[in-house]
Design a protein around this ligand. Structure first.
Ligand code: AMP
Length: 283
């Protein structure tokens, strides 16, 4: 497995991979690194779709972190990441420097208006601007045919779908299911920050989701009742601070009054100093 560090190398590699009558290209899996089984599932899906033509990017993107956020201490585990990526079917790793992605004097950003201010965008101003900018740069540099993302970041998926469609980038977005620990906690690189006590408290996110799923299975459709029920679950973990609990349309991220099949139920909460997110698409 090769490690590429410049956009020119990535582009040249991608162009050399094009084949078939439809000019099938490469699959891209954008990540911040600190890879876990959730990332592994994306890489496996990419390798199944484009065997031998999978680029995994590992880049802790500074523009998607707020000034008070964890950019400096974000876990960086490059060697282990390369081993995991290779094992799961990555063909190359793209690991650029910050200067490679943001040349000195950079002043071009991608802003997906509206969507970027909802859910996580509301509590993390500028976050989705940073995400959209770096993913657009990666898709363009890699001339990616497919790009794989996790349902875990449901709002990110909505923002990026809009961006790809608006900019006519020509990359197809593939969304993979949330990978969880055996006890239900959604895998996240930030779980590494949790103390053993917080790790237990963090399960409240998944409990709230399961409660809402159970109520919907029993016929409850009222958004306010479902959100109240989820808030009730959070009261069992008084040390966990809710950021948002929302029932929204999965594409527009606008709140809905009534749950319908496919509606997105999403939560974000602070467990100690760690902000965690989780969600489900209702049946
Ligand atoms: P990150 O490195 O946190 O930016 O995540 C890179 C990609 O992995 C994103 O598309 C995430 O949605 C996805 N991802 C993160 N955690 C999980 C998970 N538990 N299950 C599935 N995908 C995930």
């Amino acid at each position: 497995m090769q490690i590429l560090t410049t956009v020119n190398e990535l582009r040249a590699w991608s162009r050399a991979q094009r084949c078939g009558v439809n000019g099938e290209g490469i699959a891209l899996v954008p990540t911040l690194g600190a890879l876990h089984a959730g990332h592994a599932s994306l890489i496996r899906a990419a390798a199944e779709a484009r065997p031998g033509r999978v680029a995994v990017s590992i880049f802790v993107n500074p523009t998607q972190f707020g000034p008070e956020e964890d950019y400096a201490r974000y876990p960086r585990t490059f060697k282990a990441d390369c081993a995991l990526a290779e094992r799961e079917g990555a063909t190359i790793i793209f690991a650029p420097s910050v200067e490679e992605m943001y040349p000195v004097g950079s002043s071009t950003f991608v802003e997906v208006e509206g969507l970027s201010e909802r859910l996580d965008g509301q509590s993390r101003p500028g976050h989705f601007r940073g995400v959209a900018t770096v993913v657009a740069k990666l898709m363009i540099a890699a001339e990616a045919d497919l790009a794989f993302f996790g349902q875990k970041d449901a709002a990110q998926v909505a923002v990026l779908r809009r961006m790809v469609s608006d900019l006519r980038l020509g990359t197809t977005i593939v969304v993979c299911p949330i990978v969880r620990e055996a006890d239900g906690l959604a895998l996240s690189s930030r779980n590494a920050y949790l103390t053993p006590v917080e790790r237990k408290q963090a399960l409240v996110l998944n409990r709230a989701i399961r409660r809402v799923e159970a109520l919907v299975a029993d016929g409850e459709r009222s958004s306010s009742s479902l959100i109240d029920a989820a808030r009730g679950v959070f009261t069992e973990a008084p040390d966990v601070r809710v950021d948002y609990i929302e029932l929204v349309d999965w594409q527009t991220l606008w709140p809905v009054l009534t749950a319908a099949p496919g509606t997105l139920f999403a939560v974000a909460a602070w467990v100690g100093t760690t902000r965690l997110i989780d969600n489900t698409r209702l049946r």
